[in-house]
Design a protein around this ligand. Structure first.
Ligand SMILES: Cc1cc2nc3c(=O)[nH]c(=O)nc-3n(C[C@H](O)[C@H](O)[C@H](O)COP(=O)(O)OP(=O)(O)OC[C@H]3O[C@@H](n4cnc5c(N)ncnc54)[C@H](O)[C@@H]3O)c2cc1C
Length: 314
């Protein structure tokens, strides 16, 4: 039996006819209906490099292209508890299996994290957004992931659970490099925790076209305004380094300053100095460097100088 998402041989007990014919190792498809069941399955099979399956919009193409390997799959799509968005007085809690479409349409996210709505709305197409989960966007660890800069700029934390442990870490500490994170083989990312705050936060992305496009560069910026001065600035750039990049020198240059055209002009070279882009199919390093400055300029002017910006995709 094939799995619903099209990975061949994907059932719990069976072996595909193709696998039987050529003696290849069979694929095993594990379906859990509760988080504790999923964590037990992962714990029992932690030696087998189990591939966790969310919406499969990243892993399916990766498997088809031979970039991801594994023959045991753990499907989280039956876990209703990871598809919820909740709040308490200080935080909103987004389950890792919440899709981009669900984020866009959720009143709590619209109210407390509207910039995440913009970023989720810029991901792929409607069809992709209906399947793509926020947990998958994070765990895939692409430097171009669109929700990640916004979540880092919102000081988000994540909850990682295994059969025996539970730990909460700051999202920005989770990434090691392209496709690499601090997650252990027995862990599942269960929840994204976003503080409710008065920060002004914005997101902008440059693609090769204005819709259905991966980021050539993306940028999220957030700060509080206290007595007209910028406080606790967080500036994050994606697709210009091996992982989402916070530019501390930029943050320090803005900290305690009153927003002005002059301040903006002084900070653009700081952005261009610190991004670490590479040449690839989506753009040259030089183009990305210059556009990082442009994205910062547009977003800063929009958030703090009242200039209109249009939508999140340039
Ligand atoms: C046509 C197309 C366009 C796209 N456009 C964009 C775009 O504009 N912007 C963008 O950011 N991305 C884009 N993507 C990439 C992709 O859609 C997103 O990264 C998506 O959010 C991944 O989520 P998923 O649920 O599909 O993850 P999956 O493919 O299911 O999983 C991705 C990775 O995360 C792991 N994983 C998933 N969930 C968990 C969990 N809860 N705990 C631990 N590990 C987990 C998986 O094992 C896998 O390694 C695009 C993809 C396609 C195919």
């Amino acid at each position: 039996m094939d799995s619903k998402i099209g990975i061949p041989d994907g059932n719990k007990d069976g072996e595909s006819s193709a696998a039987r014919k050529n003696g290849a190792q069979k694929n095993v498809w594990l379906r859990a209906s509760t988080l504790s069941e999923a964590l037990s399955m992962l714990y029992e099979r932690q030696e087998e490099s189990v591939v966790i399956v969310g919406g499969a919009t990243d892993i399916l193409p990766q498997i088809k292209d031979g970039k991801k390997h594994g023959n045991v799959f753990l499907d989280l799509n039956g876990l209703q508890e990871l598809k919820k968005i909740k709040e308490d007085e200080r935080y909103i809690f987004i389950g890792s299996m919440v899709t981009m479409s669900a984020i866009i349409n959720n009143p709590l996210v619209q109210r407390y994290a509207p910039t995440l709505v913009s970023a989720a709305g810029s991901v792929g197409s409607v069809q992709i957004r209906n399947r793509a989960t926020i947990g998958g966007n994070i765990c895939n660890a692409s430097p171009a992931a669109d929700t990640v800069p916004v979540l880092i700029a919102s000081a988000a934390r994540i909850l990682l659970k295994s059969h025996l442990t539970s730990r909460e870490i700051l999202l920005e500490e989770f990434f090691v490099g392209p496709g690499k994170t601090l997650i252990n083989p027995s862990e599942i990312l269960t929840t994204i925790i976003i503080p409710k705050s008065e920060r002004r936060t914005g997101f902008v992305k440059l693609g090769k076209r204005s819709a259905m496009t991966c980021s050539v560069v993306n940028h999220a910026l957030s700060a509080e305004l206290v007595d007209k001065k910028l406080k606790n600035v967080i500036a994050v750039f994606g697709s210009v380094g091996p992982k989402a990049l916070r530019i501390r020198e930029l943050e320090e240059s803005l900290e305690g300053q009153e927003p002005s055209e002059e301040l903006l002009g002084r900070c653009i070279p700081v952005v261009e100095k610190h991004v670490k882009p590479i040449d690839d199919v989506r753009g040259s390093a030089d183009y990305r460097r210059r556009m990082s400055g442009v994205l910062f300029s547009r977003l800063f002017a929009h958030l703090f100088l009242g200039r209109p910006m249009g939508g999140p995709i340039l």
